[in-house]
Design a protein around this ligand. Structure first.
Ligand SMILES: *[C@@H]1O[C@H](CO)[C@@H](O)[C@H](O)[C@H]1NC(C)=O
Length: 238
């Protein structure tokens, strides 16, 4: 290739680069406009949609069984929830422990809808993780172990023990240390699909664990299916 040919080639690459950059800017603009319209809608919808659970109610229940052997405590919690919210808790054969991407912890879904999520979670190892910044209020009540939570903007951590509730507000990010043998009941209220999407992205980028991703997605779909069945039943269709 001669010098003139190379020059044409370089110009071609630059033109392509500019076109891609332009398209990316346009896409970003469109996304910003879309979210500017969508965010207030979702906020209003989150506020007005009736809730299945109440954070205090879940905390009270978990606290009642805290201190027991964690497996037994979880069984009691699930049994109690099945009794108080029939048709809204995944039955035992549909519950699975799934590894959480990017940290040494696992979780097991009990209930989920578009705005609420109730799960068991914990770890058998000492583990440290960043909570991420989510569009959900999360309250986790410990049935065993210890959590040290460090909130952004502070210079000391706060320590939580069995029976305590660790609280993380929507839009807030924290770093957390879970001591080996920490198990908790976690309730989230917010925009749950976004929470899941973050987990998926994290999974794909950090651990590439498609197996866990599949189980996580399947549990969420099962939970949504359960909710739609209950809704149909309540409407008198089934
Ligand atoms: C989170 O909690 C705060 C304070 O109670 C409340 O104002 C906000 O609406 C809640 N957000 C969600 C998504 O539940």
């Amino acid at each position: 290739m001669d010098v003139a040919g190379m020059r044409v080639g370089v110009h071609g690459v630059m033109a392509l680069g500019m076109a891609v950059l332009g398209a990316a800017c346009l896409a970003l603009l469109a996304l910003s406009l879309l979210s500017a319209c969508l965010v207030p809608l979702v906020v209003g919808w989150l506020r007005d949609r009736p809730r299945m659970f109440d954070a205090d109610e879940v905390s009270r229940l978990a606290r009642q069984f805290s201190g027991l052997e964690p497996g037994i405590a979880f069984q009691r919690v699930a049994t109690e929830l099945l009794r108080s919210h029939p048709g809204h808790i995944l039955p035992e054969e549909q519950r699975h422990w799934v590894l959480f991407p990017g940290r040494a912890s696992a979780h097991c879904l009990l209930h989920a809808s578009l705005t609420e999520q109730l799960q068991l979670s914990g770890t058998a190892l000492d583990t440290i993780a960043q909570s991420g910044r989510h569009w959900a209020n999360v309250s986790a009540t410990l049935v065993s172990g210890t959590v040290r939570q460090w909130k952004e903007g502070t210079m000391t951590g706060e320590v939580f023990y069995a029976g305590d509730t660790v609280w993380r507000a929507s839009g807030e990010a924290t770093a957390e240390q879970w001591v080996a043998g920490t198990w908790m009941v976690e309730y989230s209220h917010g925009f749950i699909p976004l929470l899941l999407l973050t987990s998926f992205a994290e999974n794909l980028l950090t651990s590439n664990d498609l197996h866990s991703m599949f189980y996580m997605l399947r549990a969420y779909i099962r939970a949504l299916h359960l909710e739609s069945l209950s809704a149909l039943q309540d409407a008198g269709f089934a």
